[in-house]
Design a protein around this ligand. Structure first.
Ligand code: CP3
Length: 342
């Protein structure tokens, strides 16, 4: 299988620019809501046939160049026996918040658990699709933010307090999160996933110093693990730590708040300083808010991102965060065609 997505990840600019969307599987698609009806989010992730079907839906509809596997960053928590559910419209909610040293000792005693349903689902998706399946996992800080808070939060205050007040417990927690995310990725790669993305969605609530000291080491355990497939490293609101995000990965995901041209200039400079000869590959960063604008507004924005991406060795087009729930699927289909024709 030749894949423009995999060529780009390898640093070779393909003739046709690859495009996929974070959160393309689910959410805005009517065919998703139909097959998911009556099954909870985490339950559906553990039914291989259903997860494979949802993974394939956006590829059939939009013609995207990669199929992100339908699952959730909290699935490895559930597989390890931790009490978690995804409340519609709220997000991941834990049975309890893990805050004290004793809570964390209790948590990290959980073993990763059986991920064979994930491997089976990825296998089914791979058998159907002629584009690569992309595995993913949550970065330790983003997972730990849910575990320590017990629920979604705006500024992740309790997690940030813990890393300073009890670094020993914090590092034990972050390393355990890395361990379960590694097992989750292994299960997907064993099923045939050809690349993976590490999501650090909440890293933007950290100072660069705190990210580097308390979170980068456990993320590096995942990115630096000897997986056989390339990686993409994405964080939201991470402009202050872009150079740190570029370590140990093949491709940096740029969020919508960061200027793509500026990001490429900075990443090039960091490569020159370190003497790196790796290709510079970026992913991003269409502002999801503009999907609801008229083509007269959206199209020039996309053109500008395509032009900016030329300064990298290769560019994978994506949004600068996930597809909004109420996005019009036809806008995404048109966007894929536009990127492919560019
Ligand atoms: O299409 C894809 O990208 C693949 C599947 C995927 C889901 N979650 C499915 C999902 C992926 C890659 C994720 C990752 C994820 N999950 C992240 C990182 C990416 C990001 O968006 O920043 C985070 C932070 C989570 C945790 C999570 N799960 C949240 C915040 C929510 C939203 C809650 C809501 O309803 O608004 C979920 C639920 C979730 N994960 C849904 C889907 C399709 C919605 C569930 C539904 O449709 O009922």
């Amino acid at each position: 299988m030749t894949s423009n997505f995999l060529s780009a990840l390898a640093g070779k600019r393909p003739e046709i620019t690859p495009v996929w969307f974070m959160r393309q599987a689910g959410r805005s698609l009517p065919e998703y809501r139909k097959v998911r009806a009556g099954t909870s989010m985490l339950e559906s992730c553990l039914i291989p046939e259903l997860a494979a079907e949802i993974t394939a839906q956006p590829v059939r509809r939009h013609g995207v160049d990669a199929a992100v596997y339908f699952s959730d960053i909290t699935v490895p928590l559930k597989l390890s026996g931790v009490g978690v559910e995804i409340k519609p419209g709220v997000g991941p909610v834990m049975e309890k918040a893990y805050r004290s040293a004793a809570d964390i000792q209790e948590l990290i005693a959980h073993e990763p658990g059986d991920a064979s349903a994930i491997t089976a689902g990825v296998k089914m998706a791979c058998a159907e699709l002629d584009v690569p399946v992309l595995a993913f996992a949550g970065a330790p800080f983003t997972l730990a933010a849910y575990l320590v808070e017990g629920k979604p939060s705006r500024d992740h205050l309790a997690a940030r307090t813990l890393m300073h007040s009890d670094p020993e417990s914090w590092f034990a927690l972050a390393n355990w999160c890395a361990k379960i995310s590694i097992e989750f990725l292994k299960a997907q790669i064993e099923g045939g996933a050809r690349a993976f993305q590490l999501f650090d969605s909440w890293a933007g609530s950290l100072s660069r110093g705190d990210y580097v000291r308390y979170c980068a080491p456990s993320s590096a355990l995942i990115l630096g693990h000897n997986f056989t497939v390339p990686s993409i490293h994405f964080g939201l609101g991470t402009a202050s730590m872009l150079e740190d995000f570029a370590l140990h990965t093949n491709c940096v995901g740029i969020d919508y708040r960061t200027d793509l041209s500026e990001a490429i200039v900075r990443l090039r400079r960091a490569q020159q300083v370190s003497g790196s000869t790796n290709p510079l590959v970026v992913q991003g960063n269409i502002d999801p808010a503009l999907l609801a604008c008229s083509p007269e507004i959206l199209d020039p924005h996309v053109d500008a991102i395509l032009a900016a991406g030329q300064a990298a060795d290769a560019h994978i087009v994506n949004l600068g965060h996930g597809v909004p729930k109420d996005a019009d699927p036809d806008v995404l289909t048109r966007l894929v065609a536009k990127v492919h024709e560019s």
